[in-house]
Design a binder for this molecule. Structure first.
Ligand SMILES: Cc1cc2nc3c(=O)[nH]c(=O)nc-3n(C[C@H](O)[C@H](O)[C@H](O)COP(=O)(O)O)c2cc1C
Length: 390
């Protein structure tokens, strides 16, 4: 079983991520992890915080001589902004701490502030937003990069792109080659493969900037090279579509998930939706008429590309704040504002990749086992042989 956990607050000293269960012998490059962390920080519409941080994975256990050794992997990611918060959020209380606090008493509609303050019994939402913040996802992306390094050993790639920002949509499918080129760009605008659609998306973010508003959108994650048979139909919690959905909706601000062309399918007749089955006698393999199912049938991968989309609501911190109530006085007040992102869809795509990679790596390890990469590979190849001779 592959397990990961993250700890850390937005303005704490650092983020911590642990990953347990990767076999020994997986090659790991810190530069590759840092590249994923960099990709998470990009996109037109990010706030000032991303200009302060240059994320770097500081690995403290589980990797030696650039390979996993089978023990739990622990990664630290420093928060450069911490130096501005040592008095506001000290670990041990200090004299006069009250004067340095940066309380948030006017909860932002849509953020975790009010629900968290009530639940944890604070009349200040500071401790809540510190952890609810998507800064946490730097930890997910770091361990997701390790899951990707494992998957690459089996020829599996996981990439993403942005298919909508507000009402501006990409109106055509993207090819895998376009996604590869997108992931290699050193300047990221809105993570869309089509320059014209990307400009329309930019215009929406520009409008949000001008009006003190925010905007959401949709990203798509594509996993290529996935073998048939990951996940299982036998129980609710072994179905891979359900596990992917949970992984995607667990992301901050993601409120909807789509496997394959789910929304289109729900509005069409079955004859137009199901992917017809064919057989190539020369290649001894089954082929499909299309991939509207997003590579998943019966909670199992079917050998086609896995397609999962995440729908992000607009960011809830608005420069022109919405109505709220002061937690202390209970008087009507405008919601708190602090430096914030305007649009984060490309970054969410990168986080989505990490989540999909972690779920797929976990399903691979469950199916093929192995304490070392060589053992996992042997088991995997035996299975591929079985599939070939089916
Ligand atoms: C990459 C990313 C960056 C985010 N940045 C911000 C931000 O700057 N300000 C903000 O209010 N919310 C931001 N959010 C969203 C909040 O973290 C999220 O809305 C909040 O934790 C409440 O959770 P919920 O929206 O899932 O209900 C971001 C989300 C993502 C995925």
């Amino acid at each position: 079983m592959l397990r990961f956990e993250t700890a850390g607050e937005s303005h704490g000293e650092c983020l911590v991520a642990t990953l347990t269960g990767l076999p020994a012998g997986v090659p790991v490059s810190i530069a590759a992890i840092d590249r994923e962390l960099w990709r998470r920080q990009q996109g037109f519409g990010r706030g000032g915080r991303m200009k302060i941080e240059t994320d770097h994975a500081h690995i403290v256990s589980g990797i030696r001589h650039s390979h996993t050794i089978g023990s739990p992997i622990a990664i630290l990611i420093e928060n450069k902004d911490w130096k501005n918060w040592t008095e506001a959020l000290p670990v041990e209380d200090i004299d006069g701490a009250e004067d340095h606090k940066k309380p948030v008493t006017r909860p932002r509609p849509g953020h975790a502030d009010l629900a968290g303050a009530i639940k944890y019994n604070f009349h200040d939402a500071r401790y809540i937003l510190e952890r609810a913040s998507a800064r946490e996802t730097a930890g997910r992306v770091a361990v997701g990069a390790l899951a990707k390094a494992f998957l690459v050993e089996f020829g599996i790639g996981v990439l993403s792109h942005v298919i909508a920002v507000g009402e501006a949509k990409l109106e055509r499918p993207a090819t895998w080659e376009e996604l590869v080129a997108l992931s290699q760009r050193d300047e990221v605008l809105l993570g869309c493969v089509d320059a014209e659609a990307e400009q329309r998306m930019k215009a929406v973010v520009d409008q949000a900037y001008k009006t003190g508003d925010t905007v959401g959108g949709v990203f798509e994650v594509v996993a290529r090279g996935v073998p048939p048979g990951l996940g299982s139909h036998i129980a609710w919690d072994t179905r891979l579509d359900g596990r992917l959905a949970q992984a995607i909706v667990s992301m901050q601000a993601v409120k909807g998930v789509e496997v394959g062309y789910a929304a289109e399918g729900a509005a069409a007749f079955g004859s137009k939706v199901q992917d017809t089955i064919h057989y190539s006698r020369e290649k001894h393999e089954f082929t499909r008429g299309a991939n509207r199912a997003g590579g998943l049938e019966g909670g199992m991968t079917n050998g086609q590309e896995v397609l999962v989309r995440g729908m992000l609501k607009p960011i809830s911190t608005l420069r022109r704040p919405l109505e709220s109530v002061d937690l202390e006085t209970r008087d009507a007040a405008l919601a708190a504002y602090e430096r914030s992102d305007i649009a984060v869809v490309p970054a969410a795509g990168v986080i989505g990749e990490a989540m999909v990679a972690l779920v797929l790596a976990s399903a691979m390890i469950e199916k093929f086992g192995g304490d070392s990469l060589a053992e996992t590979r042997r088991n995997y190849q035996g299975y591929l042989e079985q599939v070939k001779n089916f």
